[in-house]
Ligand binder design. Structure first.
Ligand code: PMP
Length: 349
């Protein structure tokens, strides 16, 4: 979901952006108007996440999946290897891309536990020569989230933060690179935000294709070629909306309350609903659970959809139910879902 006030504002400005008589989609990306849009989106993210000056913010294309390949392409040259922490579906995809052309160590993998757990910090030990450590702060499909930020102890930490970025404050200085497809909490699909520390940019080899080259993209302010102008514009509006909501501390409080309502409904159902993730690993953004049978899960989704609650089926790889409750998802929607869950359990247990 995108916040409704953002969509309203975009609608108001659709035909004429700030009196230009042109839509953002029609403005040249080299125009001063677009320059101010890009600066606004960057400033918005920098303020919300308190991103220090020694980090660049890039607005790229190709989705987070392209970052799975770009990170190793930029940092695993000349026999270097990286450590990967695999806590779900997306982490597996990330390491597969790293291994396409380089070496990557799987230093943790919870697949045997069906990706329902998150390692304690003490369980992880890193290879001293790792070029970086990669992890996924929230596994969108499995519904498991780190409740702490990984400390690389001097090794650069790269984080796929697709599905929990902007849901709470984070300490950016703990990371060397954070990436996220915009389509969950930041804006529309088609833009990927990359936050990268300057010293990492200096490690980029000199012979890369410019669209895969963090240095070239940074030197050209994300405009090696035409960027997703509309997507970047919406990101700026979402950042303004988040500031108006009280910033990321306020979002965290709100998101915790939303998730708690759903997990409480699961835990108080006498076992009718079963949370998929281990309790300490439960995600604040993607609440995954099961019903007593696949048939009941199918009916649950069907009946919910009739009431306007669509998209509750879990990812095809895990089944079950998944309620994705990103920033813009309102508390009222949670209350409605909780009401429906209680009614459904009452009728079917
Ligand atoms: N990582 C995570 C954690 C995701 O949730 C997703 C998409 N849902 C991706 C990577 C892939 O993103 P994209 O579709 O933008 O390539």
């Amino acid at each position: 979901m995108l916040p409704e006030p953002v969509l309203e504002r975009a609608k108001d400005e659709l035909l004429s952006f700030r009196g230009t008589g042109m839509s953002v989609m029609e403005l040249s990306h080299r125009s001063s108007y677009f320059e101010s849009i890009l600066e606004g989106a960057e400033r918005g993210l920098r303020d919300l996440l308190a991103i220090p000056v020694n980090y660049k913010i890039l607005f790229l294309q190709g989705g987070a999946s392209t970052q799975f390949a770009m990170v190793p392409t930029n940092f695993l040259r000349g026999g270097a290897s990286a450590d990967y922490v695999i806590t779900g579906y997306w982490g597996k995809k990330a390491i597969a891309e790293a291994r396409r052309n380089a070496a990557a160590n799987e230093i943790y993998n919870s697949e045997a536990a069906k990706f329902t757990v998150i390692p304690a910090a003490e369980e992880l030990s890193f290879s001293p020569d790792a070029a970086y450590i990669h992890y996924t702060s929230n596994e969108t499909i499995d519904g498991v989230e780190f409740d702490y930020e990984l400390d690389g102890k001097g090794i650069p930490v790269v984080c796929d933060a697709c599905s929990n970025i902007l849901s709470k404050p984070i300490g950016i200085e703990k990371y060397a690179l954070v990436y996220a497809g915009a389509q969950k909490n930041i804006g529309p699909s088609g833009v990927t935000v990359v936050i990268i520390r300057d010293d990492l940019i200096e490690r980029v080899p000199s012979n890369l294709h410019p669209l895969s080259d963090y240095r070239a993209l940074s030197e050209n302010k994300s405009m090696v070629n035409t960027p997703n102008t509309w997507g970047i514009y919406i990101i700026g509006l979402v950042c303004e909306w988040l500031e108006q909501q009280g910033g990321l501390e306020a979002m965290k409080t709100r998101n915790e309350a939303k998730a708690k309502s759903l997990y409480d409904a699961i835990d108080s159902s006498d076992g009718f609903f079963r949370g998929r993730a281990n309790r300490p690993a439960r995600s604040m953004m993607n609440v995954t659970f099961n019903l007593p049978s696949a048939e009941l899960e199918r009916r649950f989704c069907e009946e919910a959809a009739k009431l306007g609650m669509d998209g509750l089926a879990g990812h095809r790889s895990v089944g079950g139910i998944r309620a994705s409750i990103y920033n813009a998802f309102p508390k009222e929607g949670i209350d409605e879902l909780v009401g429906f869950m209680q009614e459904f359990a009452g009728k079917n247990s």
